[in-house]
Ligand binder design. Structure first.
Ligand code: TRP
Ligand code: ZN
Length: 857
C-alpha cells in the first residue's frame, strides 16, 4: 500500500477562500439521496485562485459557478477532492451530489440507524455528504431544506429553527431549517424518519422560552425523564456557574441505536448514542444514570465551549474537549457527591489515559501531527485535557478562573481559535503567568514525582523536596508548572496545615514550613491536584493514618488504595516465586474494619474506599505485568477480607436491603461481592438478589457475581435475563458484556459462541463494545492467555471491522499496543497479530495508523 499522508500542525494556513452562506437541499429516498448545495464563497487571502473542496464517496452530478454550468474539463475530480478556479473574489457555487446512506456502515456522514436518517459529521464526515471546505475554521450560516415522503419521514430535523413546513405539488413534504449562528460543517446535523418526541420547556435567566425536545424510537417515550431532567439542570447550571444562556428557540436531542461514540454536540440538534438518553430504573444501572447526566451536560455545555467558540484546526481539539469535560465534571460534582465524582474521574484517567501516555500511542493533549484525526479523540485529549484545565482552575482560584472564562467568551465569541488564545484569556482573568504552564500542552507522558522530607526539631521546621521527571517528554524537556495542593497531619491524625498550594516549577525544589511542632505526615496532591504519579512519598509508612484521618476525602481514598497496593504487589512477587502469600497488611485490614463500621460515612464514599484497586491498576505498577498472579492475588485478598468481616458484611447487607438510594445500593452490592468472594456458599444469596431485585443496579450486581461461577445459578439467571430483556438492545448489551468479562475458564469459547448468537452484529458499535472491547479491555486473564487465542480473536475482529467501520476497528487496536508491558511469549504473540493487521487488504488510514504506531513507536 502507499503510506497515508501525515498532517502537521506547523503547516496550518487559512483557506484562500471561505464560505459565508450554505443552502442545502436534501431529497431523501430509500434508494438514493440527492444533495444540492449552494455555497457563497469569499476571498480571504491571495495565495491562489484555486478552490479545493473535500469530498469522499460521493457521486458528482453537476457543478455551477454563478449560475453557469462548469464543464468537466474545467474541474479536477479525485476520490478525495474537487478543484476548480474561482471566477471572482465573491461567487456562488451550486453542486449536486448523490449518496446512499442506507449503505453507509461506517456511521460517518449521512447514514441510517433503525431505518431513520441521521448524520455524524465530526470530525470530517461532512465531506461524505457533499463537496465542501470541511475544516473547523470555515464558519458559515446554514439553511437546510429537507424534502421527502411525509408518511415515511414524518420527522425532519436540522440545526437551528424551523422556518417553513410545506407540501409540494408532487405530494412530498418540505421543511426548511435556518441556523442563524455561523458554524463549521462538523456541527451540521440532519435527522429524518419515524420518531416519537418528548417535550418540555426551559425559561432562560433573561426570560426567553426554549422548547426542549427529545426524539426517540417509538416505544421509548417513558425512558426520557432522566435525560430531560439532566438537560434542564445543565442549562440552569451553565447560567449560574458561567453566565451562559442558550441561544436558540429550540434544543433538540435525538437518540440513535447505531453510533460510533457517546454523543455529538451539533448546533441545536444533539445526536446521542441511545445509551446516553434512555433509562428507567428497570433497564439502567445507577452508573448508567450518572453517565446520562454527564453526557447530556457535556454536549449541552459544548454550545458555548465548542460551538460559539470553536477550534481553528483539529490540533486544537482539546480546546473544546478538555474544557468541556472539565465543565461536565464540575457539574456532576455539584449535582452529586464531589468526592465520589473526583475518585471516579481519577480512576478513569488512570485506567485509560495513563496507559496511553506510557505506551506507543502517547501524544500531548495538543498533538503535532496525525494521519487520521478520528484516532485523536483520546483519553489524553479529553481526560488529561480536562486535568490541565482543572490545574489552571486550581492555580487561578474559582474567581480568577471565572474571570478568565468571561474574557475568553468576550474576546472569541463567533471565532475559531487555538489553545494559546484560551490560556491567554485565563492569564488575563487571573493575573497568572502561564508561560511555563503551557508545557503541559506540548509534552506527552505522565510526570513522575519523587518526594523526600526532613524535620528539624530544634527549629521546628519541616522540609519537602520534590523531584519531577517525565521520561516520555524526552531529554532536556522543560520542567512543568505543577500545582501541589497539600496539608500536614500530626501523629494523632489532627490537621497541622490545610489547603496549602505549592507551585512546583523546578526539576528539583524544596519547600520549607515553619512552626511545625512535631514531625508531620504530609498529605500531597489533594483532590489529585495534578495528573502525575508519585514514585516516592514520605507518607508511605503512614498510609494507615491517612486512610483513617485525612480530611481530604480524595486523599483518604488514595491512602487506602496505596496501602492495599503495597500488600497486593508484595503478594504478586511471592506468588511469582512460588512462595506463600502474606496477604494485606494488618494496618490496611484493621482500618478496613473500622471504616466498615463507621456509621457517619456517606455509603457511596464508603463503597469507593473499601474497593480494592483493579487488576489493571495493579498491573500498571509493574514493569512486566504478571496477569495471572495479579488475578489470583486479588482474588485471595477479596476472599480474606470477606471471611474476616463476614459478620459485619452480612449485617450491613441486610440493613441496606430496604434502602432505596444509589449510595446504599453501591455499598450493599460491594458487601455482596465480598461475601461471594469469601465462599461459594453465598452464590444462592446472589441468586436470590437477582430474582428478587426491583431495579437494574441490583440485578446487574448480582448477575455479575453469578457469571463467574460454574453453578446452575449462573445458567438460570443468564437465561432469565435474556428472556426478559432480549427486546431491549441496551440491556442486551449488558448480557453480552457480563459474559465477555467472566473469569470462568470457558470464557474465550463462550465469547466466540456469542459471535454467532442471532442477536450479535458487528454493525452496531455498542454490541461490538459489549462483547469484543469488553473482552479485550476488561478480561485480562483470558485476553492475555498465553496460547495467544485472545490476541488472535481480537485481530480477526479488527480485520473484519476494517472494511465496515474503520473508526471502531481502530479503537480496538490499543490493547495489542501494550505488548511491551508483557512477558516475552505474549510480546511475540501480540506483535505478530499487529503485523497481521497491517497486512489487511485495503487497510483504512484509521487502522493503519494505530497498528503501525503500536509496533514502531
Ligand atoms: N464531539 C463529540 C463529543 O465529545 C465526540 C464525537 C461524537 C465524535 N461522535 C464522534 C468524534 C465521531 C469523532 C467521531 O461530545
Ligand atoms: Zn465533547
Amino acid at each position: 500500500m502507499t503510506k497515508p499522508a501525515t498532517i502537521h500542525l506547523k503547516d496550518y494556513a487559512p483557506t484562500p477562500f471561505t464560505i459565508t452562506e450554505v443552502n442545502l437541499t436534501f431529497e431523501l429516498a430509500e434508494d438514493v439521496t440527492v444533495v444540492t448545495s449552494e455555497l457563497s464563497f469569499k476571498r480571504q487571502t491571495d495565495a491562489t485562485d484555486q478552490v479545493r473542496l473535500n469530498g469522499e464517496a460521493l457521486v458528482l452530478k453537476s457543478v455551477f459557478l454563478d449560475g453557469a454550468v462548469l464543464s468537466k474539463s474545467n474541474y479536477t475530480l479525485t476520490d478525495k477532492d474537487l478543484t476548480f478556479i474561482a471566477p471572482s473574489d465573491e461567487f456562488k457555487a451550486t453542486i449536486v451530489t448523490e449518496i446512499k446512506p442506507q449503505e453507509n456502515t461506517a456511521l460517518e456522514g449521512l447514514y441510517k440507524s433503525s431505518g431513520n436518517f441521521c448524520t455524524q459529521c465530526e470530525a470530517e464526515g461532512f465531506r461524505k455528504i457533499t463537496y465542501y471546505l470541511d475544516r473547523p475554521d470555515v464558519m458559515a450560516r446554514f439553511t437546510t431544506s429537507i424534502i421527502g415522503d411525509g408518511m415515511e419521514y414524518p420527522v425532519m430535523l436540522s440545526n437551528g429553527n424551523l422556518v417553513s413546513d410545506t407540501k409540494l405539488e408532487d405530494g412530498r413534504v418540505k421543511k426548511v431549517w435556518e441556523d442563524p449562528h455561523p458554524k463549521p460543517a462538523y456541527l451540521f446535523a440532519l435527522v429524518a424518519g419515524k420518531l416519537a418526541c418528548v417535550e418540555d420547556e426551559f425559561v432562560t435567566a433573561s426570560g426567553r422560552k426554549v422548547a426542549l425536545q427529545i426524539f426517540i424510537e417509538l416505544g421509548n417515550e417513558d425512558k426520557c425523564d432522566h435525560a430531560m431532567t439532566s438537560l434542564k439542570k445543565s442549562m440552569k447550571w451553565d447560567e449560574e456557574k458561567y453566565g451562559r444562556e442558550y441561544d436558540l428557540d429550540v434544543f433538540m436531542i435525538v437518540a440513535v441505536g447505531d453510533f460510533n461514540m457517546g454523543a455529538m454536540e451539533n448546533k441545536g440538534l444533539n445526536i446521542f448514542n441511545s445509551k446516553y438518553v434512555l433509562a428507567s430504573s428497570q433497564t439502567a444501572t445507577d452508573t448508567d444514570f450518572d453517565g446520562i447526566e454527564s453526557v447530556i451536560a457535556h454536549e449541552y455545555f459544548h454550545n458555548w465551549t465548542g460551538n460559539r467558540i470553536t477550534c481553528r484546526d483539529w490540533f486544537q481539539l482539546t480546546l473544546k474537549e478538555g474544557l468541556t469535560v472539565f465543565r461536565d465534571q464540575q457539574f456532576s460534582a455539584d449535582m452529586n457527591s464531589a468526592a465520589v465524582k473526583r475518585i471516579d474521574d481519577v480512576q478513569r484517567l488512570r485506567a485509560a489515559q495513563f496507559p496511553e501516555d506510557a505506551g506507543p500511542l502517547a501524544h500531548p493533549i495538543q498533538p503535532q501531527s496525525y494521519v487520521e484525526i478520528n484516532n485523536f479523540y483520546t483519553a489524553t485529549v479529553y481526560e488529561k485535557g480536562a486535568e490541565i484545565i482543572r490545574m489552571m482552575h486550581t492555580l487561578a482560584g474559582p474567581e480568577g478562573f471565572r474571570k478568565g472564562m468571561d474574557i475568553y467568551f468576550d474576546r472569541h465569541d463567533g471565532q475559531a481559535v487555538t489553545t494559546e488564545e484560551f490560556v491567554s484569556a485565563i492569564e488575563a482573568g487571573s493575573g497568572l503567568d502561564l508561560k511555563q504552564f503551557r508545557n503541559w500542552y506540548i509534552q506527552p507522558g505522565t510526570p513522575e514525582i519523587a518526594v523526600e522530607d526532613a524535620y528539624n526539631e530544634t527549629s521546628s521546621t519541616y522540609e519537602l523536596t520534590f523531584t519531577q521527571k517525565n521520561v516520555k517528554a524526552g531529554e532536556g524537556a522543560d520542567p512543568l508548572h505543577i500545582p501541589v495542593a497539600m496539608g500536614l497531619l500530626d501523629e494523632d491524625g489532627n490537621s497541622l496545615l490545610d489547603d496549602d498550594l505549592l507551585h512546583l516549577t523546578k526539576a528539583k525544589q524544596t519547600f520549607t514550613f515553619e512552626n511545625i511542632p512535631s514531625k508531620p505526615i504530609p498529605s500531597l496532591f489533594r483532590k489529585f491536584s495534578a495528573p502525575i504519579k508519585i514514585t516516592r512519598n514520605p507518607a508511605d509508612e503512614k498510609l494507615g493514618l491517612l486512610f483513617r484521618n485525612d480530611s481530604d476525602e480524595f486523599n483518604r481514598w488514595e491512602a487506602g488504595q496505596q496501602l492495599a497496593l503495597q500488600g497486593l504487589l508484595a503478594d504478586v512477587e511471592l506468588y511469582a516465586s512460588g512462595q506463600a502469600l502474606t496477604g494485606l497488611s494488618n494496618d490496611y485490614t484493621e482500618a478496613f474494619g473500622e471504616i466498615l463500621d463507621d456509621q457517619n460515612m456517606d455509603p457511596a464514599f464508603k463503597a469507593e474506599v473499601l474497593t480494592l484497586p483493579s487488576e489493571s491498576y495493579i498491573g500498571q505498577q509493574m514493569k512486566i505485568v504478571d496477569v495471572d498472579a495479579i488475578h489470583t492475588v486479588r482474588k485471595v485478598a477479596l476472599k480474606s477480607l470477606g471471611k474476616r468481616f463476614e459478620t459485619q458484611l452480612k449485617s450491613i447487607y441486610a440493613d441496606l436491603k430496604s434502602h432505596n438510594s444509589m449510595g446504599a445500593r453501591a455499598l450493599k452490592n460491594l458487601c455482596l461481592s465480598y461475601l461471594v468472594a469469601s465462599s461459594d456458599d453465598y452464590l444462592p444469596l446472589a441468586s436470590e438478589q437477582y430474582f428478587s431485585s426491583e431495579n437494574m443496579t441490583d440485578r446487574m450486581a448480582s448477575l455479575a457475581r453469578l457469571v463467574n461461577s460454574e453453578t446452575d445459578h449462573r445458567a438460570e439467571a443468564l437465561q432469565n435475563f435474556y428472556d426478559n430483556w432480549k427486546e431491549d438492545q441496551l440491556v442486551l448489551d449488558k448480557w453480552f458484556m457480563l459474559q465477555a468479562t467472566s473469569s470462568r475458564s470457558s470464557t474465550m469459547d463462550d465469547v466466540k459462541g456469542l459471535l454467532a448468537h442471532p442477536d450479535f452484529t458487528m454493525l452496531n458499535p455498542n454490541r461490538v463494545r459489549s462483547l469484543i472491547a469488553a473482552f479485550a479491555g476488561a478480561n485480562p486473564i483470558h485476553f492475555h492467555n498465553e496460547n495467544g487465542g485472545g490476541y488472535q480473536f481480537l485481530a480477526d475482529r479488527i480485520i473484519e471491522l476494517n472494511s465496515t467501520n474503520p473508526q471502531i476497528a481502530a479503537r480496538l487496536v490499543a490493547p495489542l499496543g501494550q505488548w511491551r508491558r508483557h512477558n516475552e511469549t505474549r510480546q511475540g504473540l501480540m506483535q505478530a497479530e499487529l503485523r497481521r493487521i497491517l497486512e489487511t487488504e485495503n487497510i483504512s488510514n484509521d487502522v493503519y495508523e494505530m497498528a503501525n504506531k503500536s509496533l514502531s513507536n
